[in-house]
Design a protein around this ligand. Structure first.
Ligand SMILES: [Zn+2]
Length: 270
């Protein structure tokens, strides 16, 4: 599932092809995504120049003078840049055709992705207005995390996965960040000390930044085969149940929060 690093790497990969480029056509191959592709997109986007490609949490924001297109990649969505005229394949849902001759193409096998148009400030859109601070900005600090977690009995892993607390930290990076700072995922958020919060905030920034750097150097958004794997990276605990911990050699264990799994090392995390 694309998490913040994958969305940020996508933003970095497609921006150069889109910014300053004019939309000359919109093609909806299949409107059925998590919500239907808005029928007005061809009318509002055609003729618009892309001013910037931004990200808020796991949403990409393509800004034009008339408004903004919000893109969420859901579970399996990905965007790529392909030559205009290349036929759409199965699960290719949507194309933006640009004056430069390239297409921005959305492929989504499981259709949990979505597209939204807003003519207003995208920060005020209902999907974005409740999102907490971006983890890689100064607004997400040790002090912020400490204050926000006071009185909270919820376990720290679901706490940091709550997008109202911090934007875009999903299951993989939550588990990896908690391993990196030695905090058990089941620890009640409100019992974290100021020092724990400082270690955790730093670990989240470090794990996300490292992942973005890895992805930026390994992803090619212009590949024609359309089967972009999410980028390879060395995970400490995620999906490694029963395998040896990279720090202590003990066995990685699996835990559960509702229907989500977490992974941790009982020796290294307390
Ligand atoms: Zn360990």
């Amino acid at each position: 599932m694309p998490e913040l690093p994958e969305v940020e790497v996508t933003r970095l990969g497609i921006s150069g092809h889109l910014v300053g480029n004019k939309v000359v056509g919109v093609c909806v191959h299949s409107a059925k995504l998590r919500s239907m592709v808005p029928p007005e997109l061809a009318g509002v986007l055609t003729g618009q120049k892309i001013q910037s490609v931004e990200r808020r949490g796991k949403y990409l924001i393509l800004k034009c003078s008339a408004g903004s297109l919000l893109v969420h990649l859901g579970m399996t969505g990905h965007l790529r840049i392909v030559a205009g005229g290349r036929a759409a394949g199965p699960h290719d849902h949507f194309d933006l055709l640009f004056a430069s001759g390239v297409l921005l193409r959305l492929n989504d096998v499981r259709r949990f992705g979505s597209l939204h148009w807003t003519a207003a400030d995208p920060a005020k859109h209902k999907l974005l207005s409740g999102i907490g601070p971006e983890p890689l900005t100064g607004a997400f600090s040790a002090e912020y995390l400490y204050q926000k977690s006071r009185g909270r009995k919820v376990a720290v892993q679901p706490f940091i996965m709550n997008s109202a607390v911090v934007a875009g930290v999903g299951n993989i990076y939550a588990a990896e960040s908690l391993f990196a700072c030695g905090v058990l995922p089941t620890t009640p958020a409100g019992s974290l000390s100021a020092a724990d919060c400082a270690k955790l905030a730093a670990a989240i920034k470090e794990v996300l930044s490292r992942s973005i750097a890895t992805g930026s150097s390994s992803m090619d958004f212009c590949r024609e085969d359309g089967k972009l794997a999410y980028f390879p990276q060395t995970l400490g605990v995620y999906d490694r149940e029963g395998e040896p911990c990279r720090e202590c050699g003990g066995k990685i264990r699996r835990g559960r929060f509702g229907n989500r799994s977490t992974f941790f090392c009982p020796n290294c995390q307390h």
